[in-house]
Design a protein around this ligand. Structure first.
Ligand SMILES: [Zn+2]
Length: 417
């Protein structure tokens, strides 16, 4: 965070999806928005630095609510559209063979891709333990969901202790905070799920769970049959009768893990599940291009969820099942499939909605007064007539600068001219 005060004037400032200011100025103090308003009104305020972005749109940085940076090294290495359990098998096989260097380089490239496409906060699932220090070095804002897996009930205590050790070693900072991720109902035993849920509740940690992603997951959850049963048998983790015997949402509710949780995908959920999700104040994260990569539709009942007031956020998922880590590509894909949802509403899900899902406080995901200055400057085409949110999402953007916590993290000077 810079101690200097900065004044930035831009042609358009998007404070949030509903508030767009023309010829406006933002004053930044201690890395946060101190004042924002018409340029004329704030012109007399003296600051250490003045940045004139007369031909730019300034907007809050995107919040990617679901990513796995430590799978970035798998970009282009897995078969697109393969059945989900085959994809898991290939992923596990490739990860075993990967060197730390490969994984670390993937994480660095992933972070670079996030920041250079305007994402300033990320909900990152950490399964290898490699991303925390690299994220800390990058200056990105993140919730690190330390992942736990283990379907053999006798392993629950040791897996839980491993997770606790990681959490105790990890010190939260201004930019990085811990969360937990019991991976999914087919990969985490009820005993482990219950322990992690109770621990998260006691320590007020955000929880991210892969939820009802495929029809095969529902089959396994309810009947204990299908490809997930085969997968668990091959991993030596299946025993007859060891499956939830209810929907994945019902299972997590039984494990006391649903309250305030972040549910990833939720492609196959019933009305009864939606009622449980609503009651638990859980958020659903849709990853539009991950669905496209797997050649499956976004089956989440988006309209019903919105009608029920269930909050939605957007994520990219990992480069093991996506083409890029660009939130505008996620908005475009979602809008293509759900044209009734406005670009403004999707912009809100991709900024403020993601911040609320991840529990990022103080107006993160907006440029309101007191919000951390996580922002993106886009060079505008001359005489822009179109709505600035539409311009950011649908036109070929030229990102000039990206700030996180008031510090410039990306500069493309050519676009500053
Ligand atoms: Zn995921």
């Amino acid at each position: 965070m810079s101690a200097k005060t900065v004044k930035i004037t831009a042609r358009k400032i998007i404070v949030d999806s509903k508030t767009i200011l023309d010829d406006a100025t933002v004053i930044i103090k201690k890395g946060a928005v101190a004042k924002i308003g018409p340029a004329e009104t704030l012109s007399q305020i003296k600051t250490d630095r003045v940045i004139n972005l007369k031909n730019h749109i300034l907007h809050p940085g995107f919040v990617n609510a679901h990513c796995h940076l430590d799978l970035s090294f798998l970009k282009g290495k897995l078969k697109q559209g393969a059945p989900f359990t085959s994809w898991i098998r290939s992923l596990v096989a490739k990860r075993v063979k990967a060197t730390m260097q490969e994984i670390d380089n993937g994480i660095k490239n992933g972070i670079k891709q996030l920041i250079s496409t305007g994402t300033t906060s990320v909900g990152d699932i950490s399964s290898t333990g490699r991303s925390p220090s690299i994220l800390a070095h990058s200056g990105m804002r993140a919730i690190l969901f330390h992942e736990t897996l283990g379907y053999n009930p006798p392993d629950a205590i040791s897996r839980f202790n491993d997770l606790k050790q990681i959490l105790e070693k990890f010190a939260d900072s201004d930019l990085l905070k811990s969360g937990v991720s019991p991976h999914a109902i087919y990969s985490v035993s009820p005993a482990l799920f219950k322990k992690v849920s109770a621990y998260a509740k006691k320590n007020n940690l955000p929880v991210a769970i892969h939820m009802a992603e495929t029809e095969e997951e529902i089959e396994f959850s309810k009947k204990g049959t299908g490809p997930f049963r085969e997968l668990l048998i091959s991993f030596g983790s299946f025993a007859p009768g060891r499956y939830p015997k209810t929907s994945p949402v019902g299972a997590v509710a039984n494990f006391n893990g649903l309250k305030n949780s972040i549910l990833i995908h939720a492609n196959h959920i019933s009305n009864a599940d939606i009622a449980k999700i609503k009651k638990a104040h859980a958020t659903i994260v849709i990853c539009p291009n991950s669905n496209r990569w797997f050649k499956r539709p976004i089956s989440a009942p988006v309209g019903t969820l919105l009608d029920n007031g269930v909050p939605l956020a957007l994520g990219t998922d990992s480069l093991a099942s996506n083409y890029a880590l660009d939130m505008t590509a996620e908005i475009r894909e979602f809008h293509k499939k759900f044209p009734d949802i406005s670009l403004h509403q999707l912009f809100d899900m991709a900024t403020n909605g993601g911040a609320l899902a991840l529990g990022l406080k103080g107006g993160t995901g907006t440029l309101a007064v007191k919000a951390p200055f996580d922002a993106v400057a886009i060079k505008m085409p001359k005489n822009i007539k179109t709505d600035p949110i539409k311009a950011i999402i649908t036109s070929r953007r030229k990102i000039a600068m990206v700030w996180i916590n008031g510090t410039a993290k990306y500069k493309n000077m050519e676009n500053m001219k």
